[in-house]
Design a protein around this ligand. Structure first.
Ligand code: SF4
Ligand code: SF4
Length: 285
């Protein structure tokens, strides 16, 4: 994303809408400027602000003139008064920023918008997480902090060293050059995104081991890590195997998403063999 300095009148409205804090008013230029290294190409500024097409020279003149009388002329707070934002023609590797950060853009690798994965939300159809397995979603980044692919690689390498299997239908997995080492394409390692999710699954018996690996990596990377755990419920809709392990590790469990199997084609499948799948969000006590 770029801001056309010929159009910008430095009203500052856009500085409040950037979730990465990447827009600032340059004190020398007296124009809004984007820190390109921090911008994740989420398009919140471009899509989030209404656009007016006031003539920039006139707006500057009016603002300067009124300022002499100690009167401020400011546009409405949700408007870029001069339509100064101009999206770049994104090319590789920068285009991956937008793919992971603009929720309206579907991922080419999976066809899914947002972070590009359905996680266990469609487990009734995909069967990603089976009985006796734990599916982990390991999310790196958040608005305000983001994450770089080198951070994801730090995590994926540690998990690969533990011999886990990465979910194939996940955009981070498709960006790995080797899923046995967790290596991610070297040309995108410095690219920054709002957030993205690594997905793995392991036997239930490895739950604690995997969480401890994630904790270790978390100490080494400059971003936030959120762990989600997907498990199969029993016939009563409860889960009593993994929950005690997580509670022993200090988590307060919250059932975040429940898949009740309505996606199956055959209602017979639904009633006979589609135990619920739930995802817990872990809150460390
Ligand atoms: S909202 Fe538009 S005119 Fe105002 S500072 Fe941002 S880019 Fe410049
Ligand atoms: S595209 Fe997103 S990250 Fe980049 S400047 Fe606009 S709001 Fe900020």
């Amino acid at each position: 994303m770029r801001i056309n300095p010929k159009k910008c009148v430095a009203c500052g409205n856009c500085t409040y809408v950037c979730p990465m804090g990447a827009i600032y008013i340059d004190p020398l230029l007296q124009r809004a400027t984007i820190n390109r290294d921090e911008c994740v190409e989420c398009y919140s500024c471009y899509n989030g602000l209404s656009k007016e097409v006031l003539p920039p020279a006139t707006v500057r003149f009016v603002r300067r003139t009124l300022a002499n009388f100690r009167v401020r002329f400011e546009p409405e707070p949700d408007v870029c008064p001069t339509t100064a934002f101009e999206p770049d023609e994104l090319t590789w590797p920068r285009v991956v920023r937008r793919a992971f950060s603009d929720p309206r853009v579907p991922h080419e690798s999976t066809g899914v918008s947002g972070r590009g994965t359905e996680e266990v939300k469609t487990n009734d159809v995909t069967g990603r997480v089976g009985i006796g397995e734990v599916g982990f979603t390991i999310e790196l980044g958040r608005p305000g902090i983001g994450a770089r692919f080198r951070d994801f690689q730090e995590m994926s390498r540690a998990l690969a060293a533990a011999g886990v299997s990465f979910e194939k239908n996940n955009p981070i997995s498709t960006l790995m050059t080797d899923t046995t080492t967790g290596d991610i394409r070297s040309d995108i390692l410095n690219e920054k995104v709002m957030s993205a999710i690594i997905e793995i699954k392991v036997p239930v018996s490895r739950t604690e081991e995997i969480i401890r690996i994630i904790w270790e990596v978390e100490k080494r990377i400059p971003t936030q890590v959120v762990i989600g755990v997907g498990v199969r419920c029993d016939e009563e809709g409860e889960e009593t195997v993994v929950a005690p392990i997580l509670e022993k590790l200090g988590y307060n469990l919250r059932r975040a998403k429940t898949n009740i199997g309505l996606g199956r084609k055959e209602i017979r499948d639904l009633t006979k063999s589609a135990p619920q799948t739930e995802k817990k969000e872990l809150v460390h006590a």
